[in-house]
Write a protein that binds this ligand. Structure first.
Ligand SMILES: Cc1cc2nc3c(=O)[nH]c(=O)nc-3n(C[C@H](O)[C@H](O)[C@H](O)COP(=O)(O)O)c2cc1C
Length: 483
């Protein structure tokens, strides 16, 4: 059964001893970060700070998604790989082109129509409505995460915008810096859905309505981070994940729709061509992202539950809670990649690579140059364009085992021949890139080289023991006193 709301998820976390309530009064300025960081590094529980120091005194939930097990609980699945197959049918459905494709998908279409987002009139997220002078972002228990941060940041916001021309909506997670009672900095990177809508609004010279939900049920929060192809509806994905429609309510002061079960909703707009310095911010790379100009979000109304819980996260040197968002995406979207590149066996985006720096990929190599083809194809796929270094291995290499990856990489690569450099878009957070947003990427072909690739000598086999000897020693082993 789908979680009714975040409160129900908290209840389940508590039942499973995956959540600890903190009764001490703790400061939202740095102290919550220090505690959560220590807990994250030990793969510890979700934390509910019951008495954070803030004007509103609302409790703060953090690290709720902070392990793969809690991610599975959040998405109500025992196996992310099984769920991934489901998501593949969702994507197939959304991307079906031509009448034949569509006919084939009628049974799936029925499934989708049953989880289509539903509009409701009354919403828990609108039990309290604060408008005009009552709006006060500074009263919320928003965290000042790291010492050199430029201020307080809303770190788990679901930002809703709509394409000003065609009306398609987007839901993305982009951090927000609180400037004062009713303005904030909107940190959507230039490549993301919200930024695209804003550019369109600027081109036609209109203000862009924006609403931000905080703390809906966990499937909706995950969906906001998923790298869906443009124009696909994150609310529909969330419905697919929770197997029940997401209930949406119209905002009070703009005409966007937001999850009815959220804890808070910030409503407002962004003016064309208005920018203000945002940052610095201790980011998920483990480094501070530097100050830069970002659009200003004017908040016209804050709605909330009567007893809201403020959901936050901290990012910083990995692993942190966001590592599990990334790992979940790696698993859930692998079948989608395989559908377009059937030769891909597995992929590991290691946590230390902060998801855009390192990708280890194994393939069923079928022809000369195959590794190079896979790298370039990956660089052409959605947010995989940010992958700074892609390492391609033969199918027998377990890319989830870093020790195996390093061993094959070191042995199989002739640097001059096997390393290639390309240029293209880089992640906004790549502070080492030659230029902001544009720079070099590296592909390493770590596969065994073929004659067709100009390798004319014999390629040596990996050392393996004779299976007969192994069986014999297995039998003898208990007598050797070596365990
Ligand atoms: C905790 C967390 C914080 C994030 N912060 C940002 C951010 O500040 N700016 C941004 O552009 N992307 C951020 N992301 C990544 C986006 O949410 C992600 O790329 C998502 O797919 C964007 O959706 P979109 O393609 O609809 O724009 C964050 C992700 C997580 C998990």
């Amino acid at each position: 059964m789908a979680y009714k709301d975040l409160n129900e998820f908290i209840h389940v976390l508590e039942e499973k001893q995956e959540l600890v309530r903190i009764k001490e009064s703790v400061d939202t300025h740095l102290e919550i970060t220090e505690i959560t960081d220590r807990v994250s590094k030990k793969n510890g529980p979700a934390l509910l700070f019951e008495k954070p120091k803030s004007v509103s005194g609302h409790p703060v939930l953090i690290n709720a998604f902070g392990s793969l097990d809690r991610m599975k609980l959040a998405l109500e699945t025992r196996s992310l790989d099984t769920l991934a197959e489901d998501i593949l049918s969702f994507l197939d459905m959304e991307m079906a082109e031509g009448i034949l494709d569509k006919l084939k998908l009628i049974p799936k279409a029925k499934k989708i129509s049953a989880i289509f987002p539903r509009k409701v009139k009354n919403a828990p997220s609108q039990e309290v409505v604060l408008e005009g002078d009552q709006v006060d972002l500074e009263a919320l228990p928003v965290l000042h995460c790291w010492p050199r941060d430029g201020g307080r940041f809303i770190t788990l916001p679901l930002v809703v915008t709509r394409d000003p021309e065609r009306g398609k909506r987007n839901l993305g997670m982009y951090r927000i810096q609180v400037f004062d009672k009713n303005t904030a900095g909107m940190h959507w990177h230039t490549h993301k859905g919200g930024a695209h809508h804003y550019r369109m609004a600027e081109e036609i010279g209109v203000e862009l309505p924006v609403s931000v939900a905080i703390g809906p049920d966990p499937a909706v929060t995950y969906a906001a981070t998923a790298p869906l192809p443009d124009d696909m509806d994150e609310y529909l994905l969330a419905g697919y994940l929770r197997k029940k429609p997401v209930e949406l309510v119209r905002c009070k002061t703009n005409d966007l729709v937001v999850p009815a079960n959220a804890q808070y909703v910030l409503e407002g707009y962004i003016n064309p061509a208005e920018r203000r310095k945002e940052g610095p911010f201790g980011d998920h790379t483990g480094f501070y992202s530097l100050e830069d100009d970002y659009p200003v979000f004017h908040v016209t109304c804050i709605t909330s539950r009567r007893d809201p819980i403020y959901q936050a996260t901290i990012v910083g040197p990995p692993p942190m809670e966001d590592a599990w968002f990334g790992k979940t995406t790696e698993r859930l979207f692998l079948p989608f990649i395989k559908k377009q590149l059937p030769e891909v066996i597995d992929m590991n985006l290691p946590v230390e690579g902060v998801f855009h720096n390192l990708a280890f990929v194994s393939i069923d190599k079928r022809y000369p140059g195959h590794a190079s083809k896979v790298m370039h194809a990956l660089w052409g796929m959605g947010q995989m364009m940010f992958a700074k270094m892609i390492f391609v291995f033969d199918r027998e290499v377990n890319v989830q085992n870093i020790s195996e990856v390093l061993w094959y990489m070191g042995n199989n690569v002739a640097p001059k021949r096997d390393i290639s450099f390309v240029e293209g878009p880089t992640d906004v957070l790549d502070h080492a890139a030659e230029r902001p947003l544009y720079g070099s990427k590296m592909g390493l072909d770590c596969t065994r080289k073929w004659p067709g690739e100009g390798f004319s000598r014999e390629w040596p086999d990996v050392i393996r023991m004779d299976p007969q000897v192994k069986r014999k020693i297995d039998l003898l082993w208990p007598k050797l006193g070596l365990d």
